[in-house]
Write a protein that binds this ligand. Structure first.
Ligand SMILES: [Zn+2]
Ligand SMILES: [Zn+2]
Ligand SMILES: [Zn+2]
Ligand SMILES: [Zn+2]
Ligand SMILES: [Zn+2]
Length: 97
């Protein structure tokens, strides 16, 4: 089966069906190994990693000194109390001495 530049099978690139008769045999449809509940064509595993809600990612404040890593779905919650977060509410700034 032909692969295109992105590493995906040409067919899979535009096919998001779970069951497809034209699907290449060497590309099983798999569950996400992190159990996020998503199924995808195995050649799209790398692509899914970038989107997977359970994939561990560093805090976006890593550059400001936050050492934490967490699943992507937990990031929003963490940002509210991240010690390295530079996004302070202006109202709070005004209350500081
Ligand atoms: Zn496919
Ligand atoms: Zn297909
Ligand atoms: Zn494929
Ligand atoms: Zn996933
Ligand atoms: Zn953080």
């Amino acid at each position: 089966m032909e692969e295109c530049e992105s590493g995906l099978h040409k067919h899979c690139e535009s096919c998001f069906r779970r069951f497809c008769s034209k699907h290449p045999d060497d590309c099983p449809i798999i569950h996400c190994s992190l159990h996020c509940g998503i199924r995808f064509h195995s050649c799209k595993a790398d692509e899914h990693k970038l989107l997977c809600s359970k994939e561990k990612v560093p805090c976006i404040n890593a550059g400001n000194g936050c050492p934490l890593e967490m699943p992507r779905y937990a990031l929003a919650k963490h940002l509210g109390k991240c010690p390295a977060s530079v996004v302070h509410c202006t109202m709070e700034w005004n209350r500081w001495p």
